[in-house]
Ligand binder design. Structure first.
Ligand SMILES: [Zn+2]
Length: 430
């Protein structure tokens, strides 16, 4: 198609978009089957031939691709092209074992820049704006993904990368950057450091905070917006699919638009593997429709979300995904009760007496699980700690259907801050 202006392809009547998707699914399944031994075997084992797949509805015939498949085919066994056609390598840090290695052809990088540009435009940014990129440059896809997309759009890019937070603050103030991209936990840390340096973060010239790469609850977003007096929009992506740029919020802030002409989404019940009804929560499964170096069929992201196919108030017709409520892997089971850390976070942030910093410690005492929550107080708290601890405990037991064993309030600044990489809030000692 070669559509470069997102006003066309992201606002198509859905039937028309569907025709593009059907055609591309046919192509990518055939392409993966013919060029990746792993897919040839997987489809043969499932008794499916590429000719059986006539469109997106037939994707359900295909087996899923999982992160274990990346591990088993480490480093480049999932690639569909020769290394001479690969012009970029990235990798996602595996929490266990080897990282997942991903590769890009020249055309793949074009697609990546294109989808990143759509995101910037959706957030109201233009070539006239300056973007400070506080994502790490390197094997992680965040740094280069944002950098290349912003450069393509013609923005002024300030490639600070992750860390060196005082420098980040000075650069923001001195260069007057309009936008910054970073993880939500780092955004809050940056605000804190700015305050320590004598700045009011709300006075910094930032109008837009582009956050992603780790889960963020709505109260946390509100907090980021309040601290910087800016609009905060979420982006979603993963290296296995392309990196950041799979989906991004527009200024309506009603879910992230998935660029469906390149990435086809399904939502499944993580236990049965069956597609759920429209609008129901489940695990996001993505199929790349145009990738050359690394086509991926039905990748189980592990991320839990819901999809909304209604036309957005911004006019775009591509589907919107909800903020990821948790990873299927992150599900905590404590004394037989299932919940996600994000549920604890939502409760914590309801209390204005506490700062958005907390940690959850899980231990086993004999045969029993024990959950302790540590939360940081705000600077100006002068009430009774015991009384506040009691209220937080009570609220948690209402929301989570069990009572945490300990809630401890600690002095401002005493919970460790994440300066580079993803935040860790749950410590499972069991
Ligand atoms: Zn929209």
């Amino acid at each position: 198609m070669g559509v470069s202006d997102d006003t066309d392809v992201t606002r198509l009547p859905r039937a028309e978009l569907r025709r593009i998707q059907d055609e591309r699914v046919r192509e990518v399944v055939k392409y993966a089957y013919e060029n990746v031994e792993f897919y040839e075997r997987a489809l043969d084992d499932a008794g499916v031939h590429p000719d059986d797949v006539t469109g997106v509805d037939d994707l359900t015939l295909l087996p899923f691709t999982t992160k274990e498949d990346f591990r088993d085919n480490y480093p480049t066994g999932m690639f569909a092209v020769e290394m001479e056609d690969v012009i970029r390598i990235h990798a996602s840090s595996g929490t266990t074992g080897k990282p997942k290695i991903v590769g890009y052809t020249r055309d793949d990088l074009d697609v990546w820049r294109e989808v990143m540009m759509r995101g910037f435009r959706g957030a109201g940014l233009t070539a006239a704006d300056t973007l400070q990129n506080a994502y790490s440059y390197g094997l992680f896809t965040g740094g280069f993904g944002f950098h290349d997309g912003a450069t393509e759009l013609g923005m002024t890019v300030v490639p600070t990368g992750g860390g060196n937070t005082q420098r980040q603050v000075e650069m923001l103030a001195d260069l007057g950057s309009d936008a910054i991209c970073l993880t939500p936990s780092y955004a809050l840390y940056l605000a804190e450091v700015a305050e320590d340096m004598g700045y009011d973060p709300a006075d910094l010239p930032l109008s837009t905070v582009l956050y992603g790469a780790e889960p963020c609850t709505e109260p946390m977003r509100t907090e980021i917006e309040r601290r910087f007096d800016a609009t905060a929009v979420e982006n979603y992506g993963l290296s296995e699919i392309i990196g950041p740029g799979v989906a991004v919020e527009c200024l309506e802030q009603t879910g992230m638009h998935i660029w469906e002409d390149h990435f086809y989404p399904e939502v499944i019940n993580p236990e049965t593997g069956k597609r759920v009804a429209e609008g129901e929560e489940g695990e996001l499964v993505l199929t790349t429709l145009t990738k050359q170096a690394l086509p991926v069929l039905r990748y189980r992201t592990g991320d839990l979300t819901t999809l909304d196919y209604g036309t957005c108030d911004c006019g775009r017709t591509v589907v919107r995904m909800d903020s990821v409520t948790g990873r299927a892997d992150d599900l905590l089971i404590v004394r037989g009760v299932n919940f996600y850390p994000s549920e604890v976070e939502s409760v914590v942030l309801e209390f204005e007496e506490v700062a958005p910093y907390y940690r959850i410690d899980l231990r086993r005492e004999g045969t029993l699980d024990r959950l302790d929550l540590t939360v940081e107080l705000t600077d100006d708290f002068d009430g009774s700690r015991a009384e506040l601890e009691g209220r937080i405990r009570k609220r948690l037991s209402n929301v989570l259907s069990f009572t945490p064993d300990g809630v401890e309030l600690v002095a401002p600044g005493s919970i460790e801050r994440t300066k580079v990489g993803k935040v860790q809030r749950v410590y499972d000692h069991r």
